[in-house]
Write a protein that binds this ligand. Structure first.
Ligand code: NPW
Ligand code: ATP
Ligand code: MG
Length: 347
């Protein structure tokens, strides 16, 4: 997949998308065939491939209508937020809202709660994560949640991690989609069985987290430079949970298919960009799993959601960097979520 060259290419790309979308709808091959052709292992990619696949992502986005009630477009829960880290769960939760979720809940420790609340009146904050009744407290909300993002700003305190184990088990029992990031991945590296084979799970490791997971789960080493094969193998070893390895290129796999996202982002590597991505992914996973089969046409909804979240995060980074350069922070990227979403998916 090639990188966009600039604003001109974006406009040209949008025109290509419009034409392709009409062509795909009328005469195109099954969407899954498009996906396989564009992103099958070891094939060169083109801007057209990228645009074809983004078109699949567009298909899962629910229409904005006056016929829906509050909550239908997404009630997302974030599990994280402790004494050290309050920014990460905030970034994930506000990003979910900015992408289009209706309600965003944060389940954090007692002392983190007032801090996170003070960042934004839009978030619903539950100070329960260090309570002896944490699992029951979160479980009460699970029937009302469409996806759970576990890990941003969670920290590695053993009491919290024990509670998160219980929350993961309760979420699986209720078939709630789970995105696992940051310290949630630390927990999975210690206890891979917690997520093994759960087909509604997406793991979003950065470079270090990916290495830690691979060391914990894979018996024999994969050639370190072959990211696509490494991600596919890790997904398989975890029972085909979807794995998204973030980096210069984002590589994602369900153990069978492999997609790559090299959409133009920026050279700014400030903390929090992964948190934005995980919150966005929470919403897109919900939308993808609720899209009718004709919309996804047999393609993996979780891979489409992952590609959408990666492209969106990188587009936010690109736009924010154009305005702020070296001083770009994640807050600047969050301000770009709306315009970036429109540019990628609604033009
Ligand atoms: N504002 C907030 O509240 C934020 C809070 N956050 C929260 O912080 C918690 C810990 O998360 P974390 O990502 O800092 O993780 P951790 O596993 O300790 O890794 C640290 C070490 O790994 C390495 N390393 C990392 N990436 C690498 C790469 N691409 N390529 C190569 N190396 C890489 C790197 O090693 P070094 O450069 O030091 O050698 C680094 O020191 C978690 O809860 C998270 O959500 C963040 O979300 C940010 C915003
Ligand atoms: N070298 C890179 N070039 C371009 N984009 C990158 C690069 N590395 C990461 N990204 C993008 O930044 C986003 C966050 O990835 P990153 O590896 O920074 O996550 P993280 O370390 O978990 O972030 P956080 O600080 O939120 O924990 C991803 O969507 C990815 O596409
Ligand atoms: Mg992270």
């Amino acid at each position: 997949m090639a990188t966009r060259a600039g604003a001109g290419a974006v406009v040209a790309g949008a025109a290509v998308v419009a034409l392709l979308s009409a062509a795909l709808a009328l005469y195109g091959p099954p969407l899954d065939a498009v996906l396989r052709r564009a992103f099958s292992l070891h094939k060169p990619h083109s801007i057209t491939d990228m645009e074809n696949t983004l078109q699949l992502v567009r298909n899962i986005i629910p229409p904005l209508t006056t016929k829906k009630h509050k909550g239908q477009d997404g009630r997302i829960g974030i599990v994280g937020g402790c004494q050290e880290y309050t920014g990460a769960p905030y970034f994930a939760a506000i990003s979910a809202l900015k992408v289009g979720a209706d309600l965003s809940h944060v389940f954090c420790t007692r002392e983190a709660a007032p801090v996170i609340k003070s960042y934004s009146p839009e978030l619903i904050v539950h100070p329960v994560l260090d309570s002896p009744s944490a699992v029951r407290d979160v479980e009460t909300w699970l029937p009302r949640l469409h996806a759970l993002v576990v890990g941003p700003g969670l920290g590695r305190d053993n009491v919290l991690l024990e509670n998160v184990k219980g929350i993961l088990e309760a979420s699986k029992a209720r078939d709630v989609p789970i995105i696992i990031d940051a310290d949630g991945l630390w927990l999975i590296a210690q206890h891979p069985a917690l997520i093994h084979g759960y087909r509604k799970a997406v793991l979003t490791p950065n470079h270090g987290e990916f290495t830690r997971l691979s060391d914990a789960v894979l018996r024999d080493l994969v050639n370190g430079s072959d990211h696509r094969e490494a991600v596919r193998r890790l997904s398989q070893a975890l029972g085909n949970v979807t794995v998204v390895r973030k980096g210069e290129r984002d590589v994602m796999s369900d153990g069978e298919h492999v997609l790559e996202c090299a959409h133009e982002g920026s050279s700014r590597r400030c903390g929090g960009q992964g948190d934005l991505m995980s919150g966005a992914l929470g919403v897109l996973v919900h939308w993808a799993l609720h899209a009718s089969p004709e919309k996804t046409n047999g393609s993996s909804p979780l891979l489409l959601a992952a590609l959408g979240a990666c492209s969106l995060t990188r587009q936010c980074s690109h736009q924010a960097f154009q305005k702020h350069g070296r001083s770009t922070t994640t807050t600047d990227m969050i301000a770009e979520v709306g315009p970036a979403f429109r540019r990628l998916f609604e033009t």
